[in-house]
Design a protein around this ligand. Structure first.
Ligand SMILES: Nc1ncnc2c1ncn2[C@@H]1O[C@H](COP(=O)(O)OP(=O)(O)OP(=O)(O)O)[C@@H](O)[C@H]1O
Ligand SMILES: [Mg+2]
Length: 154
């Protein structure tokens, strides 16, 4: 590994593929500890199809505002669960960010903001349509990223 502190931005949506991306990101970060410990930023955009998250938290027919907030808190908790666990177990510094812009745009914006060295992203995510190649978020990030992109296959 190069001798400077790397910033690794991993995009998470709570899918099995994004958990795999988190695993790779933490592994990448763990490669250099000593004088230049790397840092992982995990980002989740709240702009999602809520139907994709029914497995994590069923929606009640007419949720009150309080219920809806709680539902989001639980989803966010679950989305970052694997990242928190793996980072803790491997002694890797982790910062989690929840953003409220469209996913690809927000990932790219954050990559610029933190001057990320690499974006780690899954090839597909929680979408219901079975895709063989790339989901819409990973395709847009691959096209517009300001830095290298490490695509983790399903
Ligand atoms: N809301 C999100 N916030 C952060 N990262 C995301 C988000 N959605 C997707 N990603 C990242 O992009 C990867 C690919 O997901 P993507 O959404 O492109 O595929 P999909 O869900 O299968 O298809 P689509 O959403 O186009 O129906 C995920 O594994 C994850 O790394
Ligand atoms: Mg998706």
């Amino acid at each position: 590994m190069l001798n400077y502190r790397k910033k690794i931005l991993v995009a998470v949506d709570g899918s099995a593929v994004s958990d795999k991306a988190v695993y790779e990101a933490v592994w990448m970060a763990g490669c250099s500890k000593g004088a230049f410990p790397n840092k992982v930023y995990a980002v989740f955009s709240k702009v999602v199809h809520s139907d994709d998250y029914l497995d994590m938290f069923p929606i009640s027919p007419s949720p009150t505002a309080g219920e809806d907030d709680r539902r989001w808190e639980e989803i966010i908790e679950m989305v970052f669960l694997v990242a928190r666990k793996l980072a803790r177990e491997n002694g890797v510094e982790l910062e989690t960010r929840v953003v409220s812009g469209p996913p690809a745009e927000s990932i790219i914006k954050l990559a610029r903001e933190i001057d990320a060295d690499v974006i780690v992203i899954g090839s597909t995510g929680k979408g219901r349509v079975v895709r063989s190649l790339l989901g819409s978020v990973s395709a847009e990030v691959m096209n517009k990223a300001p830095c290298s992109v490490y695509l983790v296959r399903a």
